[in-house]
Ligand binder design. Sequence first.
Ligand code: PMP
Ligand code: GLN
Length: 378
Amino acid sequence: FSSKLPNVKTTIFTTMGQLALEHNALNLSQGFPNFEPDPELINLVTKAMKEGYNQYAPMAGLMALREGIAQKMEELYGRSYDPDTDVTVTVGATQAIFTIITAFIGSGDEVVVLKPAYDCYEPAIEVNGGIVVPIQLDNSDFKVNWKEFRSKLTPRTKMVIINTPHNPSGTIFSETDMLQLQKSLKETDIVVISDEVYEHIVFDGKLHNSAAKYDDLGQRTFICGSFGKTFHITGWKMGYCVGPTALMREFRKVHQFNVFCANHAVQKALAIYLKEPEHYLGLNDFYQDKRDAFLHGLEASKFKIKPCQGTYFQLLDYSGISQDPDEVFAERLVREHKIASIPISSFNTKGVDNKLLRFCFAKTEATLEKAVEILCKL
Ligand code: PMP
Ligand code: GLN
């Protein structure tokens, strides 16, 4: 056979996680909390299972959960999505993203991707025969140069993928960025994926600028969300996407043959849990405290630090410590210093040597203290 993805290897998250385990290292690589979700949420799932939510859910998702998602979108971002036609519950944001790309991208279609980019976008484009059109973000502030962006759009451009707050840099799109994006796509049929899985993890009083807030943009955009990030349940693989009716119709044509539906009992529990805004509105402060504690500890280190604006990831510049390429340095940190991180070059920036490692701070106070202790000795 001939491989459809000859250059794709096992993801860095698996590789680093295994290396951390082998070396008994502190694992700040793959993004997941090392603390438990709210016991109330676990009780709701158990209750749903006992009540008989154990067979297939409706294809597009449990209506009560879709209604909850639509209500949240309207309250936070002022856009109305019809739960019947515009909201679909998915097996994590990953499945939403893969399904959107499969539904819209075919041979020779171009997709603009801002790099560094979360690792699932490119293989999904390539396996569907699409062509990745990369735009390298500026290394120091990870801002988009909108003139350059416009220069990459061609008659073959079918899709643009954005991610705010941005993994791995933590940068958020400003109001100006969103307006520039909206303006750049006017008069085109380009579909947008707005990966907003970290929508509730934004710091320093800044606001999340969802694509839903912008009239024209909203009419061409799928917005992807993840309960994994918001409720500390990454292992439950539960997410969703919302989008205009005509686009969602195409999405569901693929979704129904891809997974058909997501876990029923978990949907039932989330439908109840999501009704309380305090279950997600406090997340900004919760993670800002963690970021601040981590960064305060690192003031005594040799890393150069630019506080992230959102997500639960912090990039650290190690150029004052070593001149190793990031993959080499990340591996050395695991083997020699027992701490695991993610080299930023694994976010499709091969060849760009920017001496940055990504550390996940969705960790307990004790883990973060230990991490600081190790990193300050370097
Ligand atoms: N997009 C981004 C930017 C992410 O960081 C992640 C998870 N790490 C996902 C999508 C996937 O989310 P999920 O775990 O819900 O599939
Ligand atoms: N989103 C997680 C991260 O960026 C990883 C999820 C995965 O392993 N695919 O760390």
